[in-house]
Design a binder for this molecule. Structure first.
Ligand code: SF4
Length: 642
């Protein structure tokens, strides 16, 4: 199998310009031996390793049923649409399935119900026609508002009791996955599988978790218990619920849910913050009201079951009654789950959980109870249950060669940890510029803050002038992004996050020299090779906002356990984040460019030096003139290293 990666091997025969890379061969060797010996490994594989082939080929060659999980859709698409067809055609034939969540698929049962409710059947039938045989909303070239009305919904799906089960789009893909050699999923599906005790994925031999640095956050998101007002409203608006339950009891659920959500409004204060930590809430009356709904639904379920056993019924009547019984059974379960969720988000949390209110993108509110320490959960439900797990990413180590932060946060005890060498020549092709003269603003000093903002904007302006646009300006806050956006005076299009979709911003960025200004989502998973991206400028070290409730919960737990918030969390966390941001720049052998981090603390603080030691080994400078010389080599190179 290693022969595939070597000179004269299958890859060199099939891939134009292929050259064996030590990192890729080493990774393939580790994956092969760990699959053979049923062991686990953590591999930090720098950008350019070609890690997806390094695990895909060994898994396929070993003939083991493999699940590959990614955090980002871009990587998932690359693996499913590019790497898998390549290996199938040139290395070895095998079957593969991309397994997506139920919500991505048309639900034939909900469609039937909606057909009877809608006044616009033409639009509905057009959409159904476009969804064709696959029923996958993601394959449509447009977004449809109808998706939420007719897509699969775990809360409502009656699974084997559903009359459409045999033809269900979602279950068809699941059935394909049962027989596939390779299943590609995302971390959300992986977390769902953990939450549902393994009910989502079929039995598998090997699990590859790519972009594993996101595992903790993605799993927390899914293992949190959440309620929105919409969940209660959707239940009481259900036609079957309305038929079986006394109207006054449904009104009571509505009233109590409204009271609960009104009562949390004052916690949000100025309503500016996205997430707020809260104390206990009173949900007793709502839980009681849901209890009344549940018992009436249960009575209806029993009635239908009893009726369907009546021997004198016609076959059609019998089937209809059986279906109604299954629907009511699911509604009983759904109401019970909602009761439990209400109880959980309203009552006292244990020491390893927090309760918070979040303002969602559509301004609706959500109350959630989130686990803080994910390590126990992930260990018990994932790592202890499967022997052969490979976790990989370009950023798993907070310090060179040190995986402690990652493995502790996710509860992994790998048999091997390995950092592979850099593939690109950073020293030759990249310049890391960290100025010493932009002082961080004094806390709570507005004049100093204004001075700081101006200096950052001026320096970014200068950098963009030197690079001729072709720049990613990455920020730790929307505020700073807006400030710089408003002050930049450059002859290049400015693409600010939020003004267009992410994919459209990237498309325009690739088209002509531009300046892209982004926060959070542009720090990771964006792959722009070549001259289009030649400068990545970051405003400051991306520390988490101290008021973030999840961050507070994590820090409090670390302190309670006798740990140190800086060494055990803040520094490793920002190092990995910064490595991700910096990693946007050099994406291929021929890429050249400048990374600028406008944060003086990298020089003045002890942790700054630690962080710098973990960044790629680019030539380093504190002198802006070197940036000019880098982009315009006709000006003599005069490296000012520190
Ligand atoms: S099995 Fe579930 S998702 Fe599929 S059609 Fe039936 S209710 Fe919808």
């Amino acid at each position: 199998m290693i022969a595939d990666f070597e000179d004269g091997g299958e890859l060199s025969k099939r891939l134009p310009n292929y050259q064996p890379r030590a990192s890729q061969v080493e990774m393939a060797r580790i994956v092969t031996s760990h699959i053979e010996e049923s062991k686990s490994a953590c591999i930090e594989a720098p950008t350019g390793t070609g890690k997806s082939l390094s695990y895909l080929i060994p898994a396929v060659r070993a003939g083991k049923k493999t699940v590959i999980s990614t955090a980002k859709i871009a990587l998932q698409e690359q693996i499913y649409n590019k790497d898998i067809p390549f290996v199938q055609e040139h290395i070895q034939d095998f079957t593969a399935v991309l397994l997506k969540g139920m919500g991505n698929f048309l639900c034939l049962d909900r469609l039937e119900t909606y057909r009877q409710e809608t006044f616009d059947s033409e639009t509905l039938e057009n959409l159904v026609e476009k969804l064709g045989d696959h029923g996958d909303f993601e394959k449509l070239p447009f977004r449809s508002d109808l998706q939420m009305k007719i897509n699969g919904n775990l809360e409502e799906c009656t699974s084997k009791d559903c009359q459409f089960y045999d033809n269900c789009h979602y279950y068809n893909t699941k059935r394909e996955a049962e027989n596939a050699d390779v299943i590609v999923i995302n971390h959300t599906m992986l977390a769902l599988n953990i939450a549902l005790g393994g009910r989502i994925l079929p039995k598998f031999d090997v699990l590859i978790i790519d972009e594993a640095h996101e595992l903790e956050e993605r799993t927390r998101e899914f293992l949190s218990i959440k309620v929105t007002r919409g969940r209660y409203i959707s239940l009481i608006n259900n036609k079957k619920v309305q038929k079986a339950v006394d109207a006054k009891d449904l009104i009571a659920v509505n009233t109590q849910a409204t009271e609960l959500f009104d009562s949390i409004l004052n916690h949000l204060g100025d309503y500016e913050r996205q997430k707020v930590l809260i104390r206990e809430l009173n949900g007793d009356k709502l839980i009681e009201a849901l209890g009344k709904v549940r018992s009436q639904l249960q009575a209806e379920q029993e009635n239908e079951e009893h009726y369907s056993n009546n021997a004198s019924l016609e076959i059609d009547e019998k089937e209809a009654s059986k279906k109604a019984a299954a629907d009511y059974k699911k509604l009983v379960e759904r109401t019970f789950n909602l009761q439990l969720a209400t109880m959980k988000v309203c009552s006292a949390c244990n020491q390893e959980e927090i309760r918070l209110i979040s303002k969602l993108d559509d301004s609706k509110l959500e109350i959630a109870c989130c686990p803080i320490d994910m390590s126990k959960l992930i260990k018990e439900k994932l790592f202890d249950k499967h022997e052969t797990i490979i976790c990989t990413s370009a950023t798993l180590c907070a310090y060179p060669g040190n995986f402690d932060f990652f493995v502790k946060r996710v509860g992994m005890e790998p048999n091997l940890t390995k950092t592979l060498p850099h593939v690109f020549d950073y020293r030759e092709n990249a310049l890391l510029y960290v100025p010493k003269d932009i002082k961080q603003p004094e806390w709570n000093n507005q004049r100093d803050q204004a001075r700081y903002e101006q200096e950052v904007a001026d320096r970014m302006q200068q950098l963009v002038e030197y690079s001729g646009g072709r720049a990613f300006l990455l920020f730790t806050s929307n505020k700073m992004m807006n400030v710089v956006h408003d002050r930049l005076r450059v002859p290049y299009p400015l693409l600010k996050q939020g003004s267009l979709t992410k994919s459209e911003m990237i498309r325009q960025f690739r088209e002509k020299p531009s300046v892209l200004l982004g926060v959070a989502s542009f720090w990771e998973g964006v792959d722009i090779q070549g001259d289009a991206l030649s400068l990545v400028a970051i405003d400051k070290i991306p520390f988490t906002v101290p008021s973030d409730p999840i961050y507070q919960g994590i820090i409090n737990l670390i302190k309670r356990k006798g740990g140190n918030e800086w060494n055990d969390y803040n520094i490793p966390y920002v190092t990995i984040k910064l490595k991700q941001g910096v990693g946007r720049l050099i994406r291929s052998n021929s890429d050249r460019g400048v990374i600028a981090i406008l944060d003086q603390r990298l020089h003045t603080k002890g942790y700054g030096k630690q962080i710098l030691a973990s960044l790629p080994p680019a030539t380093r400078t504190t002198n802006i003139a070197d940036v000019d010389r880098f982009f315009h080599p006709e000006n003599r190179w005069n490296e000012d290293t520190w």
